[in-house]
Write a protein that binds this ligand. Sequence first.
Ligand SMILES: [Mg+2]
Length: 200
Amino acid sequence: MQILLDVDGCLLDYETPALAVAASITGHVATKEERSTTWDILDCCEQYRLHKDPIHEAWQAPGFCLGLQPIPGALDFVKRLSELGDVFLVTSHMKQAKMWVWEREQCLEKHGFTDHIEGIIHTHHKYKINGKFLIDDRVSNVVDWLNASADYQIGIILDHYGYDESDYAKISEKWPTLVQDGFVQYSITFNEVISAIEER
Ligand SMILES: [Mg+2]
Protein backbone atom coordinates (compact mmCIF):
# COMPACT_ATOMS: atom_id res chain seq x y z
CA MET A 1 0.00 0.00 0.00
CA GLN A 2 1.36 3.36 -1.05
CA ILE A 3 1.00 6.37 1.26
CA LEU A 4 1.74 9.79 -0.25
CA LEU A 5 2.68 12.47 2.23
CA ASP A 6 3.14 16.21 1.79
CA VAL A 7 6.09 17.92 3.53
CA ASP A 8 5.48 21.64 4.20
CA GLY A 9 2.82 22.09 6.84
CA CYS A 10 2.60 18.34 7.43
CA LEU A 11 6.13 17.36 8.52
CA LEU A 12 8.13 20.57 8.42
CA ASP A 13 7.14 23.83 10.06
CA TYR A 14 7.05 26.23 7.13
CA GLU A 15 4.67 28.49 8.99
CA THR A 16 6.91 29.92 11.74
CA PRO A 17 9.92 31.08 9.67
CA ALA A 18 7.69 32.14 6.74
CA LEU A 19 5.65 34.39 9.04
CA ALA A 20 8.83 35.75 10.63
CA VAL A 21 10.13 36.74 7.19
CA ALA A 22 6.82 38.38 6.28
CA ALA A 23 6.79 40.30 9.55
CA SER A 24 10.36 41.52 9.13
CA ILE A 25 9.66 42.80 5.61
CA THR A 26 6.33 44.49 6.33
CA GLY A 27 6.72 45.42 9.99
CA HIS A 28 3.38 43.72 10.61
CA VAL A 29 2.91 40.56 12.64
CA ALA A 30 -0.16 38.74 11.35
CA THR A 31 -2.69 38.22 14.11
CA LYS A 32 -4.01 34.76 14.78
CA GLU A 33 -7.34 35.85 13.37
CA GLU A 34 -5.82 37.16 10.14
CA ARG A 35 -3.75 34.03 9.74
CA SER A 36 -6.72 31.74 10.25
CA THR A 37 -8.64 33.21 7.32
CA THR A 38 -6.72 31.31 4.63
CA TRP A 39 -4.14 28.61 3.95
CA ASP A 40 -2.10 31.14 1.94
CA ILE A 41 0.17 33.27 4.15
CA LEU A 42 0.56 35.89 1.40
CA ASP A 43 -3.19 36.41 1.33
CA CYS A 44 -3.89 36.58 5.05
CA CYS A 45 -3.67 40.36 5.49
CA GLU A 46 -3.42 43.56 3.48
CA GLN A 47 0.23 44.20 4.42
CA TYR A 48 1.36 40.80 3.11
CA ARG A 49 -0.76 41.11 -0.02
CA LEU A 50 0.94 44.43 -0.79
CA HIS A 51 4.43 42.97 -0.31
CA LYS A 52 3.87 39.59 -1.94
CA ASP A 53 6.92 39.78 -4.21
CA PRO A 54 9.63 40.66 -1.66
CA ILE A 55 8.23 38.15 0.84
CA HIS A 56 8.14 35.43 -1.76
CA GLU A 57 11.67 36.28 -2.83
CA ALA A 58 12.95 36.01 0.74
CA TRP A 59 11.39 32.55 1.09
CA GLN A 60 13.30 31.50 -2.01
CA ALA A 61 16.66 32.65 -0.68
CA PRO A 62 19.35 29.98 -0.21
CA GLY A 63 19.18 28.47 3.27
CA PHE A 64 15.48 29.09 3.93
CA CYS A 65 14.31 25.63 2.87
CA LEU A 66 17.33 23.94 4.47
CA GLY A 67 16.58 25.60 7.81
CA LEU A 68 12.98 24.41 8.15
CA GLN A 69 12.42 22.44 11.35
CA PRO A 70 10.29 19.33 11.91
CA ILE A 71 6.88 19.78 13.51
CA PRO A 72 7.05 18.06 16.92
CA GLY A 73 6.14 14.37 16.55
CA ALA A 74 6.68 14.35 12.77
CA LEU A 75 9.50 11.81 12.71
CA ASP A 76 7.60 9.40 14.93
CA PHE A 77 4.56 9.90 12.68
CA VAL A 78 6.55 8.89 9.59
CA LYS A 79 7.95 5.84 11.41
CA ARG A 80 4.42 4.72 12.30
CA LEU A 81 3.18 5.36 8.76
CA SER A 82 6.05 3.29 7.37
CA GLU A 83 4.77 0.32 9.38
CA LEU A 84 1.40 0.68 7.61
CA GLY A 85 2.65 1.09 4.04
CA ASP A 86 5.29 2.41 1.66
CA VAL A 87 5.67 6.11 2.32
CA PHE A 88 6.56 8.51 -0.48
CA LEU A 89 7.00 12.18 0.29
CA VAL A 90 5.32 14.32 -2.37
CA THR A 91 6.36 17.93 -2.31
CA SER A 92 6.09 21.02 -4.54
CA HIS A 93 9.28 23.05 -4.85
CA MET A 94 9.50 26.79 -5.29
CA LYS A 95 10.19 27.15 -8.98
CA GLN A 96 12.37 30.25 -8.74
CA ALA A 97 14.47 28.92 -5.84
CA LYS A 98 17.47 27.32 -7.49
CA MET A 99 18.60 25.41 -4.38
CA TRP A 100 15.16 24.31 -3.16
CA VAL A 101 15.13 20.68 -4.29
CA TRP A 102 18.66 19.99 -3.03
CA GLU A 103 18.01 21.78 0.27
CA ARG A 104 14.75 19.87 0.77
CA GLU A 105 16.49 16.53 0.37
CA GLN A 106 19.34 17.56 2.69
CA CYS A 107 16.89 18.82 5.30
CA LEU A 108 14.79 15.65 5.24
CA GLU A 109 17.93 13.54 5.52
CA LYS A 110 19.38 15.64 8.33
CA HIS A 111 16.25 15.18 10.42
CA GLY A 112 16.09 11.42 9.84
CA PHE A 113 12.99 11.24 7.62
CA THR A 114 14.74 9.56 4.72
CA ASP A 115 15.48 6.48 6.86
CA HIS A 116 11.76 5.64 6.92
CA ILE A 117 10.51 6.44 3.43
CA GLU A 118 10.73 4.88 -0.01
CA GLY A 119 11.43 8.12 -1.84
CA ILE A 120 10.84 11.83 -2.40
CA ILE A 121 8.80 13.04 -5.37
CA HIS A 122 9.21 16.71 -6.29
CA THR A 123 6.24 17.80 -8.38
CA HIS A 124 3.68 20.50 -9.01
CA HIS A 125 1.29 17.81 -10.22
CA LYS A 126 0.54 15.73 -7.14
CA TYR A 127 -2.72 14.63 -8.73
CA LYS A 128 -0.69 12.57 -11.20
CA ILE A 129 0.87 10.41 -8.46
CA ASN A 130 -0.80 7.13 -7.60
CA GLY A 131 -1.29 5.96 -4.06
CA LYS A 132 -3.91 4.62 -1.70
CA PHE A 133 -3.71 7.70 0.54
CA LEU A 134 -2.65 11.29 0.08
CA ILE A 135 -2.00 13.25 3.28
CA ASP A 136 -1.70 16.99 2.63
CA ASP A 137 -2.43 20.21 4.49
CA ARG A 138 -3.95 21.86 1.42
CA VAL A 139 -7.57 21.00 0.69
CA SER A 140 -7.30 21.81 -3.02
CA ASN A 141 -4.38 19.36 -3.43
CA VAL A 142 -6.45 16.60 -1.88
CA VAL A 143 -9.51 17.39 -3.99
CA ASP A 144 -7.53 17.60 -7.26
CA TRP A 145 -5.86 14.27 -6.47
CA LEU A 146 -9.18 12.57 -5.67
CA ASN A 147 -10.76 13.95 -8.84
CA ALA A 148 -7.92 12.55 -10.94
CA SER A 149 -7.55 9.19 -9.26
CA ALA A 150 -9.06 5.76 -9.42
CA ASP A 151 -11.71 4.54 -7.00
CA TYR A 152 -11.09 3.73 -3.37
CA GLN A 153 -8.35 6.26 -2.85
CA ILE A 154 -8.54 8.35 0.27
CA GLY A 155 -7.47 11.94 0.80
CA ILE A 156 -6.58 13.02 4.31
CA ILE A 157 -6.27 16.69 5.15
CA LEU A 158 -3.74 17.17 7.94
CA ASP A 159 -4.39 20.67 9.19
CA HIS A 160 -2.19 21.22 12.27
CA TYR A 161 -3.16 24.88 12.48
CA GLY A 162 -6.79 24.76 11.45
CA TYR A 163 -6.24 27.22 8.57
CA ASP A 164 -7.95 25.09 5.99
CA GLU A 165 -11.11 24.38 7.91
CA SER A 166 -13.17 26.86 5.90
CA ASP A 167 -12.00 25.29 2.61
CA TYR A 168 -12.85 21.89 4.01
CA ALA A 169 -16.34 23.13 4.90
CA LYS A 170 -16.74 24.27 1.29
CA ILE A 171 -15.85 20.87 -0.15
CA SER A 172 -18.12 19.18 2.36
CA GLU A 173 -20.93 21.25 0.88
CA LYS A 174 -19.87 20.71 -2.72
CA TRP A 175 -19.14 16.97 -2.55
CA PRO A 176 -21.06 15.68 0.48
CA THR A 177 -20.85 12.05 -0.62
CA LEU A 178 -17.03 12.15 -0.80
CA VAL A 179 -16.99 13.22 2.82
CA GLN A 180 -19.84 10.97 3.97
CA ASP A 181 -18.26 7.91 2.39
CA GLY A 182 -14.92 8.70 4.00
CA PHE A 183 -12.96 9.45 0.84
CA VAL A 184 -11.97 12.79 2.30
CA GLN A 185 -11.07 13.02 5.94
CA TYR A 186 -10.07 15.99 8.02
CA SER A 187 -7.59 15.70 10.88
CA ILE A 188 -5.63 18.04 13.03
CA THR A 189 -3.27 15.58 14.72
CA PHE A 190 -0.86 12.88 13.62
CA ASN A 191 -2.76 10.34 15.73
CA GLU A 192 -6.01 11.05 13.89
CA VAL A 193 -4.30 10.37 10.57
CA ILE A 194 -2.85 7.08 11.82
CA SER A 195 -6.27 5.99 13.11
CA ALA A 196 -7.94 6.94 9.81
CA ILE A 197 -5.47 4.76 7.89
CA GLU A 198 -5.66 1.87 10.33
CA GLU A 199 -9.44 1.85 10.05
CA ARG A 200 -9.43 1.41 6.26
MG1 LIG B 1 1.80 21.49 2.42
